[in-house]
Write a protein that binds this ligand. Structure first.
Ligand SMILES: Nc1nc2c(ncn2[C@@H]2O[C@H](COP(=O)(O)OP(=O)(O)OP(=O)(O)O)[C@@H](O)[C@H]2O)c(=O)[nH]1
Ligand SMILES: [Mg+2]
Length: 333
């Protein structure tokens, strides 16, 4: 009786081990599956990151089809917060039933006014100035860009150029510490352009590849902000001729099309070279990417899809449009 119980226990144990092994195999299979989705297609990644926008689109076109009615496409783009004027422009002359190929061509075209940016042979240090209104996500995006630099095995230094608020300097400092990258900072209220100068000088002295400089989103008045940004730009050029090499405007994606007016104001102040749209994970307004790029005639370099250091995707119009079309069309072409 005793040995019978023992045998039964042993059998149960073996069974449990087999089950465990099978479970482990399944987990491993799932893990490799996930990795391959992300590695092989930034298309798949877009649909995951922009799930709220894509859910809205699918509410208009719930079933994937070979051809979709003109009105449905129109409604779908309105739902995704694309500006109506741009929808009209994009769809002008399309037939009653639209194929994937026809729509793809029109949507990709909306991004084509933006100039091509050649990112080979970058100067050293490569200086990026980050501008945008309060709360747009400037400081968080700087951390994400610094993290990208590190992953690309490029050295990077941060400049805490938002000297307007003490909390802004602290926030960037804690990111620098977390990412283990150097930072140049000063006390609240001190000259922001001096911080920019010191950061670039330090990068030159230490042979650092990338410089990323934070700025304030708001001062007492718009004129003050405009003057401060102009001064920072001038002083960057003194520290290193040609700097800042990119003035990047950070736009809050949850604001949809209203962000365009902000970008226009900053463009008038100092000129903008490219856009990063943040917080697309929390909004159904992803369609605003079309209007933002088209109206401003500027490239979108990255989109922010979360609050963590890895939540920044390189933006590609082709992949973005394809991932959107994958949601509603059956055919690949
Ligand atoms: N969900 C989500 N949250 C984000 C993203 N980017 C930034 N945030 C959050 O938005 C808030 C504002 O971000 P900040 O980086 O402090 O914005 P800022 O432009 O530096 O703001 P100021 O320094 O106040 O001018 C923070 O709570 C961030 O965590 C994003 O891509 N997705
Ligand atoms: Mg900030």
């Amino acid at each position: 009786m005793f040995s019978f119980l023992k045998k039964k226990k042993e059998e149960e144990k073996i069974e449990e081990e087999v089950l465990q092994e099978e479970k482990q195999e399944l987990i491993e299979k799932e893990e490799t599956k996930e990795v391959s989705v992300e590695e092989n297609s930034s298309k798949g990644f877009f649909s995951k990151a922009l799930s709220k926008t894509f859910d809205n689109i699918k509410s208009v076109v719930p079933q994937r089809k070979e051809k979709i009615a003109f009105e449905d496409i129109e409604e779908m783009l309105i739902e995704a917060d694309m500006e109506y004027e741009i929808i009209e422009k994009a769809m002008d002359g399309l037939p009653e039933e639209i194929t994937r190929k026809q729509l793809r061509h029109r949507l990709v075209m909306l991004f084509e006014h933006a100039p091509e940016v050649d990112l080979s042979n970058l100067p050293k240090p490569f200086v990026r100035l980050i501008i945008g209104v309060n709360g747009a996500g400037k400081t968080t995006t700087i951390a994400k860009l610094a993290n990208r630099s590190k992953n690309d095995e490029k050295s990077v230094i941060l400049g805490a150029g938002d000297t307007f608020r003490a909390a802004a300097i602290e926030q960037l400092s804690s990111w620098a510490q977390k990412l283990d990258v150097p930072i140049i900072k000063t006390k609240q209220g001190h000259d922001a352009s001096a911080v920019a100068y010191d950061t670039i000088s330090s990068a030159i002295a230490r042979d650092i590849d990338n410089v990323i400089i934070d700025t304030a989103g708001r001062l007492q008045t718009q004129t003050n902000l405009s003057n401060e940004l102009k001064k920072i730009v001038k002083v960057c050029n003194k520290a290193k001729e040609g700097a800042p090499h990119q003035k990047l405007m950070i736009l809050d994606g949850t604001q949809g099309n209203t962000a365009i007016a902000q970008a226009k104001a900053f463009n008038e102040m100092v000129g903008v070279d490219g856009i990063i749209v943040t917080k697309l994970d929390g909004t159904a307004k992803g369609g605003a990417l079309f209007s933002i790029s088209n109206q401003l005639e500027l490239p979108i370099f990255y989109v922010g899809v979360g609050e963590k250091q890895n939540d920044l995707i390189e933006f590609s119009p082709d992949d973005f449009v394809d991932s959107l079309l994958d949601e509603i069309y059956t055919t690949e072409q």
